[in-house]
Design a protein around this ligand. Sequence first.
Ligand SMILES: Cc1cc2nc3c(=O)[nH]c(=O)nc-3n(C[C@H](O)[C@H](O)[C@H](O)COP(=O)(O)OP(=O)(O)OC[C@H]3O[C@@H](n4cnc5c(N)ncnc54)[C@H](O)[C@@H]3O)c2cc1C
Length: 287
Amino acid sequence: MVYDCILIGSGPVNLIEAMFLSKQGKKVLVLEQSEYIGGAWGKVPLKKGLPDFQLGCHIWDIEPKALNFLSEFLDMDLAKMKPQPEFVFRGIKLPYDWKNLLFYIRGMLRPKGEMESVSFNKARIIPAKYIYPAGGSLQFIDRLLDRTKDFGIEIRTGVKINKLEIGEFTKAISKRDVFHTKEIVITSVAQLKSISKNGEEFILPEPRLVNYIHCHLLINDLTAAKFSYARLPGNSLIHRVSDETDHVKTHGVGMKGKKLILAAVYPELYHKIGKEKTREHDYAELT
Ligand SMILES: Cc1cc2nc3c(=O)[nH]c(=O)nc-3n(C[C@H](O)[C@H](O)[C@H](O)COP(=O)(O)OP(=O)(O)OC[C@H]3O[C@@H](n4cnc5c(N)ncnc54)[C@H](O)[C@@H]3O)c2cc1C
């Protein structure tokens, strides 16, 4: 069987692209190497009774067209993050996108006639307002999946494509199968070994992966949130933290007087420094 288009990876970018292609009447297949749909926005199921674990995405910038798409096409309930996300450097709290102001000033100072850079186009003086799905990023993937079903899109999990052979009909090759397609879409973060065209093979470099340990902490404290999301550059142990209490509640999981906090921790240091030191080291920056 020859597909009109195969998309490698089931992140949101590919799922949305798959719907556009399917709307054009194309026969589309999405292939995902892991057992879970959604890529960096997906989930890892925990033990029974515990909420699914949100993988990566915890903060959304507002873009009016995207907002319309989310609320109208996906019928999503979006909430303004409270408090707004922060950037915490050595205990100093700044708006999350404070760097935009620097880009803006640099853009203003650029010599006349010089091409505008992407950063200048994106620059804003007023900090952006950040939102998040009231039910967490998993709600976003669930809704996307429902819509892909409406479009009759085929999705297969547990299929890692190692090699592509580009030709009149491209071959997407996994350990067990060969899929044939007229067009191919690959996510920018696809992990592929090689791509060949006209008999010439290009070996791709190993992807540069950043590893964190995601720690979910249940804390006996239901005072108002002190942070919704914070990045901690310069902190040797914690990369970012987010308060997930509200998203979990919306998913119908009662928190019984507890807060659910996620901390993304650098693994080498986590093992080296140990848990006691972790608490001492980082609590001060966030309170
Ligand atoms: C830890 C982390 C936190 C982030 N936080 C935010 C945030 O808060 N807000 C925000 O807007 N963005 C955030 N991002 C960025 C955002 O997640 C990405 O921009 C977005 O997910 C990109 O979508 P994608 O579809 O291109 O790729 P991904 O979502 O990365 O999906 C790629 C998929 O392709 C699959 N795949 C790769 N290679 C193969 C192969 N050979 N065969 C089969 N399948 C394959 C992977 O398993 C994965 O499921 C974060 C990213 C990370 C990693």
